[in-house]
Design a protein around this ligand. Structure first.
Ligand SMILES: NC(=O)c1ccc[n+]([C@@H]2O[C@H](COP(=O)([O-])OP(=O)(O)OC[C@H]3O[C@@H](n4cnc5c(N)ncnc54)[C@H](O)[C@@H]3O)[C@@H](O)[C@H]2O)c1
Ligand SMILES: O=C(O)C(=O)C[C@@H](O)[C@H](O)[C@H](O)COP(=O)(O)O
Ligand SMILES: [Zn+2]
Length: 359
């Protein structure tokens, strides 16, 4: 066990992100007063993650309902959400009760969405167990599910009551899933915290493991970036869009792949595309694009995608949430830690940037 760090997310309903190793005992303290029943939503195939959570809650006197859901992205569907709503009804989850989401970002997105919609909103505490979920998905209150038309198209802003990141859970995360989480950390480096970039550049091999010398610092720095942004702009009326850097293309790739590519891997390609757009629009030098590619490749993330997919990708980008009518809007960079918006880029620019990531 290590001493816990508490990162506070400000806003109308502030909450803490608790980070440490062996910190599960902190979980009951994150629930609000008056909770009796806790519905624990978790991937069906990972009972070793949900069992200790349920046990800690039972030991603290809560009535615990264990609700297994499909693994990964398959959980983010209206059908699975409907099954959770039925279960909440059967087990009598009331407005004074709580949902706890345990798992990767897909599970916490679904659990948050189910909590946001049940009885028009019950409290949720997130217990992320992947790198990506700790540094991004579980923090900030964006919840969502996918529809046949695209990624996260249905959802709500529903901040958690608290977030518990037990770093001990990271030791079992498959290596490729762990590395995928680094894409969101690198994103945080480019939009806001350049120290993240130098920490990875100094020792990329260490960054790839939960045991790395700077792992905890990388995690806490990225959580701080996210906390600062969502604390100032929960509903993405402006500033929060910077967290979407790289995501316009990434979500289109995920849709084209029918979600059989990891979110973080698609984000890695999307980060290179956004850097290329920034360069071709005359905002940054080629060095920033090269640095983006080099840092992502140094940890084993992809930086290119199929050339022939462009027409399909372009079509899917239409439903990006930053679009306004037919006008596409991108987060780009004017430099490291200097995000900006690119509105209504020409088709030529969009395609020219894609040619640079195409293989
Ligand atoms: N809401 C947000 O702000 C936000 C931000 C970023 C990403 N996301 C979403 O997060 C999702 C991606 O999250 P992810 O990368 O965690 O993927 P994921 O949830 O699919 O998890 C990856 C895999 O790891 C398994 N797993 C989880 N914890 C484990 C553990 N401790 N040990 C072993 N296996 C474990 C999962 O069951 C899954 O098979 C996407 O749906 C993405 O859209 C949301
Ligand atoms: O928190 C945010 O805001 C983000 O954009 C973080 C992203 O990493 C995340 O993938 C998010 O779910 C994308 O949001 P969307 O609104 O484009 O679906
Ligand atoms: Zn993301």
């Amino acid at each position: 066990m290590t001493a816990a760090t508490r990162i506070t997310v400000r806003g109308d309903d502030p909450y803490d992100v608790v980070v440490g190793t062996g910190v599960l005992a902190e979980l009951p303290g994150l629930l609000g007063a008056g909770v009796r029943t806790v519905a624990v939503v978790h991937p069906a195939g990972l009972p070793e993650l949900s069992r200790p959570v349920c046990a800690a809650l039972e030991a603290a006197g809560y009535e615990v309902v264990s609700l297994p859901v499909p693994d990964g992205e398959d959980a983010k569907s209206v059908h699975v959400a409907a099954e959770l709503w039925s279960a909440f009804g059967r087990y009598g989850v009331t407005r004074s009760d709580a949902v706890v989401g345990v798992g990767g970002g897909a599970t916490t997105d679904l659990a948050g969405f189910a909590a946001a919609t049940w009885l028009r909103g019950v409290q949720v505490v997130q217990v992320p167990t992947t790198l990506l979920a700790m540094v991004d998905a579980a923090v900030g209150g964006k919840t969502g599910i996918n529809t046949p038309e695209g990624k996260n198209l249905v959802g709500s802003f529903h901040p958690p009551r608290g977030v518990l990141c037990d770093l001990a859970t990271l030791t079992t995360v498959p290596r490729q899933d762990y590395v995928a989480g680094l894409a969101e950390i690198v994103k945080g480096g480019f939009i806001a915290d350049p120290t993240i970039l130098t920490l990875i550049e100094d020792d990329p091999a260490a960054a790839r493991t939960p045991e790395g010398e700077h792992t905890r610092e990388l995690i806490e720095r990225k959580i701080q970036v996210k906390a600062d942004v969502v604390g100032a702009d929960l509903r993405e009326s402006g500033l929060r869009e910077i967290l979407n850097y790289g995501h316009t293309l990434a979500h289109a790739i995920e849709r084209v792949e029918d979600y059989r590519i990891r979110h973080g891997e698609a984000v890695a390609v999307g980060l290179v595309y956004a850097a290329e757009l920034s360069h071709l629009d005359g905002r940054v030098g080629r060095d920033l694009v090269d640095r983006t590619r080099s840092i992502l490749e140094s940890v084993g993330l992809p930086t290119s995608y199929r050339r022939e997919a462009w027409p399909q990708l372009r079509d899917h980008m239409r439903v990006d949430k930053k679009a306004r009518g037919a006008v596409l809007r991108f987060v780009v960079l004017d430099g490291v830690a200097s995000p900006a918006r690119l509105e209504n880029p020409s088709e030529e620019l969009l395609e020219a940037a894609y040619q640079e990531v195409a293989r």
